[in-house]
Design a binder for this molecule. Structure first.
Ligand SMILES: [Zn+2]
Ligand SMILES: [Zn+2]
Ligand SMILES: [Zn+2]
Length: 155
């Protein structure tokens, strides 16, 4: 039905609802910000992209590697309107929620509404004041269309 593989990453990671009833997986900040949905998947057989931590060609959650692509956690004007960006991989702005919120400059810069009750498998937000990070380089607060509503991403 309906939404197809491109949205399943978001569903799996519980971005639209409070968790998915699955236990939180423990991943380092380094892995979350630099590798999750970045590393190209090398599985040769069909599998559920959503539950795979790698990126896949054509998957909407796939992120460009920050070590080879220089983009900021600012929403691309085209991506916000769900249009194809003419700058493609050279665009200096984020093309999806994963690029935006997992960027080291925006990751965990807002508190998670669910705090310690959060059971998202992967959560972009902070669960304690120790986890909370400062937005760097005078970046703008979360974009209107990609912002949080009651702690749930609404894009
Ligand atoms: Zn995979
Ligand atoms: Zn763009
Ligand atoms: Zn959370």
């Amino acid at each position: 039905m309906g939404s197809g593989p491109q949205r399943t990453g978001e569903r799996y990671f519980g971005l639209h609802t409070k968790g998915t009833g699955k236990a939180r997986i423990s991943l380092s900040e380094e892995f979350l910000t630099y590798s999750l949905k970045v590393t190209p998947c090398n599985r040769k057989y069909p599998h559920d992209w959503a539950s795979c931590l790698c990126g896949h060609k054509g998957e909407r959650a796939t992120r460009r590697d920050l070590r080879t692509h220089n983009y900021l956690p600012i929403a691309c004007e085209y991506a916000k309107q769900r249009l194809e960006c003419p700058r493609g991989d050279d665009c200096p702005h984020s093309h999806n929620l994963f690029e935006y919120w997992l960027h080291p400059k925006r990751f965990r810069t807002e508190m998670c509404l669910f705090r310690s009750n959060c059971d998202r498998r992967v959560c972009f937000f902070a669960h304690s004041s120790e986890e909370l990070r400062q937005l760097q380089d005078g970046l703008p607060p979360a974009e209107l269309c990609w912002r949080l509503q009651r702690g749930v991403l609404t894009a």
